[in-house]
Write a new protein. Structure first.
Length: 190
């Protein structure tokens, strides 16, 4: 397994300066959330650093890699190829960087559209990506407050915020995001 310094070196060489700053902030927020929720803070930090490993890859190349490695889960993946940066990133981290921690790979893989039965680390990376200090969108402060109180309630709100944004902008929704939102909704006990 690589250490944090090696991960920073990797993302600094691979990502744009703004994307690198974003990844550093996601890692910082992920570490704080892991400490709060009793998860491994070092692993959360490392995952936050690496979560956008494939972000700079062009859409057609993402589709090509995804098709060659059976990572396409829905036709939406081809229509909105940027969503593939998560599963392709997990694949490339394992193949090219030697990351073999299944939990880290899973958290990277599901940080864009989510997944049913998300682990604590999965939720931390998904939410840290949405609430890091460089973000600015309607509902962000509410999401930050929810993330401090309940990861599951924050996940539901975060998923609904994403769905609403896509609808308002006329963007295609990934069916997995809807399924994950419904999964969290059916588990709310308030």
């Amino acid at each position: 397994m690589i250490d944090e310094n090696k991960a920073i070196e990797i993302i600094s060489a691979r990502l744009s300066p703004s994307r690198c700053r974003h990844s550093l902030e996601v890692a910082r927020v992920a570490r704080q959330m892991a400490e709060q929720y009793g998860d491994d803070s070092s692993r959360a930090y490392l995952t936050g650093l690496l979560h956008d490993y494939a972000k700079g890859i062009a859409g057609d190349e993402l589709v090509k890699i995804a098709e060659a490695n059976h990572l396409i889960t829905d036709e939406v993946d081809r229509q909105v190829p940027d969503l593939l940066h998560a599963p392709v990133g997990a694949f490339l981290l394992e193949r090219d960087v030697g990351i073999n921690d299944a939990d880290i790979l899973q958290a990277v893989k599901c940080h864009t559209v989510g997944c049913v039965d998300m682990t604590t680390l999965d939720k931390i990376i998904y939410l840290a990506d949405m609430i890091e200090p460089g973000r600015d969108y309607p509902g962000l402060e509410r999401l930050r407050c929810l993330a401090e109180r309940s990861m599951d309630r924050a996940m539901l709100y975060g998923l609904e915020t994403t769905i609403k944004y896509c609808i308002d902008c006329g963007r295609i929704l990934h069916p997995q995001t809807i399924a994950v939102r419904n999964w969290f909704l059916t588990r709310q006990h308030d």
